[in-house]
Design a protein around this ligand. Sequence first.
Ligand code: GLU
Length: 549
Amino acid sequence: MTYKELADLIFPNEKQIDYYETKYPKRNLPEGAVVTRYAPSPTGFMHIGGLYQALAAKMIAQKTKGVFFLRIEDTDQKREIENAVSDIIKALKDFDIVPDEGKISSKEEKGEYGPYKQSQRKDIYQAYAKYMIEQGKAYPAFETPEELEEMRAKQEAAKVRTGYYGVWAKCRNLSLEEMAEKIKAGEPYIIRFKSPGREDRKIKHKDIIKGNVEFPENDQDIIIIKSDGLPTYHFAHAVDDHLMGTTHVIRGDEWLSSVPLHLQLFQELGFKAPKYAHISPIMKNDNGNKRKLSKRKDPEAAVSYYEELGIPSLAVKEYLLNIANSTFENWRRQNKDAKLEDFDFQLNKMSVSGALFDMVKLQDVSKIVISKMTAEEVYEKSLEWANRHDEELVELLNNKEYSLKVLGIERGNTKPRKDIAKWSDVKENIIYMYDYKFLENKQEYPYQVINDRKDINKILDLYMEKYYNPEDDKQTWFEKIKELAGEMGYAKEVKEFKANPDQYKAHVGDVSTVLRIALTTRTNTPDMYEIMQVLGKTSISKRFEKAKQ
Ligand code: GLU
């Protein structure tokens, strides 16, 4: 019996690999163009680390005018969750990390190198497995799961490496006739790779991120086709990334130790191996200890968390680039309005030990991102978010014209307000500006230096009677507050007050504070002049009357 006959017995109908090699020709791309992919398993949970990998892959492809594609790795069908594929596609869209090729919805895909869902590529994997058998580089193995478990127990008891290798790889030594006989007798089997490696030899690998690494060669006869006819991750990785023309495999570093096996598979299949960039997991500082962001313990590990909080996807992306390349921050400082795509992203500058993720810093980045938006944009985006998460905010925003004015306070100028980090902050930031909420509810007024009721009431009355004029420009407006301060016996200038602290009870700033608190009940607000402009006379008077009660 020949290898070819054994291969035909196992896979009678599979095509020759030439068919696929012709069907999926080398990509015609400009020199230096990089082909990357994001290859998630549809398990239903999208980790921020996955988004980070996808972003790195997209940035590099984009920068080199290459291709970034999405492949769904669903060969472990037990783990598959409904809607997971559309969730992945939606997340990539929301974060504007849209693939050039691959799955575009749970049903459709685009590109010439598909199918982009592994479960639809069974014939392809089997053709390559058949080819491997024909070459004597793969073989059927007949151990039952129980037998394999027993073998493992023996290995553990003997304190030797576990796995299917060397003397343990029993089926490797069956004759072709024995194999054929068992198959014909209906014994269940899987297909294993016949590894040419030796554990006592080393292989060197240069990883784009991790640098030079050295491993023992792989000597495990790993499974390439499982009993359900689908490939394992390892085999599918080699076949797919070859046929799809991936030049750079960017993936989590949990796969780094599989590199010896993967290089061997590429070699034995006669494929050129891609370059590898293994990304370290995103870390978190947990009371002084650096540890991986955990799906179980950290809500911020889930991509969906940012949507729930209402952190704009652009801010999350911007922050991820911040932790991906330390040069980003400086670049951003010098290119305040540049698009993220213009950043010269470098894979080899990514952290070897794992970038530290910090929610506080993310929110600082987000504040800046939101501060650059127009009132209209903030309005649209917070309304979109509110429609999903906050009815009361929807109700406030229903008055669009007024809301645009409120959101326009200190916006669109050289030093825009930076008090909104996420859409869930918006309500708290604007609610006091709506009379129907503010006037109808009981309010607490946290007065500061000036807290004598009579003085306060007098300030409010005098201001309305003598000094308030909606037509005033900002400078005049402030001059008038100074005059009011003077009339009440407070220092008109802070400087004056500091020079003669015994002469005054308080100064103009304290008078401003009284006005601010009476208007808003807050010690900290955006520009009070603008607030007054937006509120208008009637509202201001009503608020002062309420404050006096
Ligand atoms: N499906 C693999 C995973 O989810 C992808 C690894 C890769 O990018 O090759 O980890």
